[in-house]
Ligand binder design. Sequence first.
Ligand code: NDP
Length: 274
Amino acid sequence: MPTVPTVTLNNGVTIPQLGFGVFQVPDDETTTAVAAALEAGYRSIDTAAVYGNEAGVGRALAESGLTREELFVTTKLWNADQGYDATLAAFDASLAKLGLDHIDLYLIHWPTPARDLYADTWRALEKLRADGRIRAAGVSNFQPAHLRHLRQESSLVPAVNQVELHPGLQQSELRAVHAEYGIATEAWSPLAQGALLDDQLLVSLAERYGKSPAQVVLRWHLQLGNVVIPKSVTPARIRQNIDVFDFALSTADMDAIAGLDRDMRTGPDPDTLN
Ligand code: NDP
């Protein structure tokens, strides 16, 4: 079983550098998919209240026979629940669905800037952190301006910013802000939802390394230092996506993949989603 390296967050908590995402997986299928991931060696699971599958994740965790300390669970606060009191209530609901007594990483899912509630919401995450109900507090889809605003409002720096990031959207400006503030970069849609896997460069690199294009992309993320959470419901792909620790891309090949950057968003624009 592969040993997944960890990344140390700015509060000393460690997160597996590669985890398993369950966006768009129906609740009843989530238990099977997460069980397959745990069997393959994943220990970090990324869900969200809005995915409607926290209960499915919780069932797989409970049935796994793994101890709570072996697992790293991330969930996210949905936009409609932003605001101090609403966040605390939504957190309790997520915890109950997951069947857990604490969350490893709790994220504000989107900044939704037009609502102007994310600073209040962040204060609720500060309380959850102070009460020991979450081990780390983070954000998702925050742009540099949103991170700067939070910095002015709070001394608690997000441990993580989970953002769309893949070879077609490399987020260099945001990654520089993360480096400056000490925020770990977590890549969602790390495989661009499959959209880049027939790219000629990635296919040719895959042939040369004796790996698949998806494995080449995941390796690229890991070598950049990103935390990645690829999703699959296909058992062979679930196993393939964690089998990325026995090869390394050369600097020249990392540079070649850097050339695929083209501002390609597969998801919404964080500045306008509300
Ligand atoms: P990914 O980039 O992980 O791609 C998933 C797609 O790629 C699926 O269609 C899957 O197919 C396919 N796939 C997976 N592995 C392989 C492989 N080895 N070869 C070929 N195809 C493959 O997309 P997601 O959008 O799911 O992102 C990953 C996770 O990030 C989510 O599940 C979620 O946890 C998180 N996320 C967070 C967001 C946020 O706003 N914070 C937004 C979006 C995602 P199949 O399943 O059929 O095998």
